[in-house]
Write a protein that binds this ligand. Structure first.
Ligand SMILES: [Zn+2]
Length: 354
């Protein structure tokens, strides 16, 4: 059995921005021919595996450099002719379009069932209460319950189903970007979420009527945004524009949506600040946000616990949270100062968390 992933890692894994596309068998990285090109695109070099022929092909959308690995381990590398390059680009475009179309059909299917999922019994609502989500939030965001979310097949080819909490991912103007499923009994406890594949999870807006501009507060995960929204509203009666990113590693296309935002308070989980020789996850996210949104003023807000735990598990009040917002210092855009500022912030965290 050909271990495609390890062959790909071995040959191209060391190139800049190497990553696997979440939703499909495709890997991207910087071009091995170092052709340069538009620095805002990180996916110039595309790697795909053709299961029929067994050939692994990497090709550059920018310059046409192509590398093939054949089943016998034989490698070739050359430049595509301009006709071949045009053909590859067109094929990739069509494939991309097809994937999006199928995904949007699946999204329509779930969109049509949101009201049904939202018809919850009191025991289903109780499941949400365990996550500190109030009834009015359930109703406002049309949260729901699905008894039989399909999550894959077992060894004998039968569908495996799981109970799931259903979270419509509302973006600006109540556009449904995706539907997220929080599995209640996941076979792997570290793999609790599903979504409509082929589409990014999207950004969840706690205030879908307010656009993505001005000042925003960003949390990692939708339930945390909802919890923070509940606390802010009941404590102040005012709306805060809280946006959830799906994880601490949001894709570029979501980060680019913050282009009109002037000021952002970023609340990531404390584990994103664990130092490693290559920096912290928080540093990376911040650098990415600033790189792609050069006018953004970004304040990391370093709460010692996860934000939902902070209020609901440990019982802190909104007044306890406010100082964290004002204590944050902006990260200076693109300047060398950024790194010393981040180091200082990390130093502060260590003291706070002890
Ligand atoms: Zn290239």
């Amino acid at each position: 059995m050909l271990n495609v992933e390890s062959i790909i890692m071995d040959r191209w894994g060391g190139l800049p921005n190497f990553h696997k596309r979440n939703s499909r068998e495709e890997w991207h990285c910087g071009c091995p021919a170092r052709c340069g090109g538009d620095p805002s695109t990180t996916d110039r070099f595309v790697i795909q595996f053709n299961a029929d022929s067994g050939i692994i092909t990497g090709w550059c959308r920018q310059c046409g450099h192509t590398e093939n690995i054949f089943p016998d381990g034989h490698n070739t590398s050359r430049m595509l002719t301009s006709e071949e390059l045009a053909e590859m680009r067109e094929a990739a475009r069509i494939k991309e379009e097809q994937i999006r179309e199928e995904a949007s059909e699946r999204l329509d299917y779930y969109a049509g069932r949101i009201d049904e999922f939202h018809e919850m019994s009191s025991s289903h609502r109780e499941l949400w209460h365990k996550h500190w989500v109030a009834d009015w939030s359930m109703d406002y965001y049309r949260l729901g319950f699905m008894p039989d979310k399909t999550i894959g097949k077992n060894e004998t080819g039968e569908w495996i189903k799981n109970e799931a909490l259903v979270i419509p991912v509302w973006s600006e103007h109540w556009t449904l970007d995706n539907v997220q499923f929080r599995l209640l009994n996941p076979p792997n406890p570290h793999d609790k979420y599903r979504q409509v594949s082929g589409l990014p999870v999207g950004l969840f807006h706690t205030q879908p009527d307010i656009g993505l501009s001005g000042t925003v507060v960003v949390t990692e995960g939708i339930k945390k945004a909802i919890c923070l929204n509940q606390v802010v509203l009941s404590a102040t009666g005012e709306l805060m524009n809280i946006i959830a990113i799906p994880s601490s590693k949001p894709p570029d296309e979501l980060i680019l949506k913050f282009n009109n935002v002037e000021r952002m308070y970023l609340i990531l989980d404390p584990d994103t600040r664990v130092p490693t020789p290559r920096g912290t996850i928080q540093d990376k996210v911040i650098s990415k946000f600033i790189e792609l949104n050069p006018n953004l003023e970004l304040f990391p807000v370093n709460i010692p616990t996860k934000i939902d735990d902070f209020f609901y598990r440990y019982g802190f009040k909104f007044e306890d949270f406010e100082p964290y917002l004002t204590k944050g210092r902006p990260v200076l855009r693109g300047s060398a100062d950024m790194f010393s500022t981040l180091k200082e912030l990390r130093g502060e965290n260590v003291r706070q968390e002890r």
